[in-house]
Design a protein around this ligand. Structure first.
Ligand code: ZN
Length: 93
């Protein structure tokens, strides 16, 4: 049975393994005690990679945290490429 690793988005330390493949799920972290979002480890890795070196194709810095996760999730789990993203710039402020 293939399994997927998820990492606590609060302490970034604790990992859990599940047999299903989703972008994230929320559960109380046995390590830090927070009711935390456990994020697909591959997605989180992609997210952190972009945080360290933002892709040229995207206006990464303008995305909020959730949007960044969505982009990372689509790349990792749904097989999208950066070219698939029309960068939607929200000029609300
Ligand atoms: Zn935790």
């Amino acid at each position: 049975m293939p399994s997927t690793t998820y990492r606590c988005s609060s302490c970034l330390d604790h990992t859990l393994t599940r047999e299903y493949n989703v972008s994230h799920f929320s559960i109380r972290c046995p390590n830090c005690g927070e009711f935390a979002r456990f994020v697909h480890a591959g997605v989180l890795e992609q997210y952190e990679e972009f945080e360290a070196s933002p892709p040229e194709e995207l206006d990464w810095e303008r995305l909020d945290r959730m949007e960044k996760f969505v982009v990372a999730e689509k790349l990792v789990r749904q097989g999208n490429t950066l070219e698939d993203f029309e960068v939607e710039v929200h000029d609300e402020e």
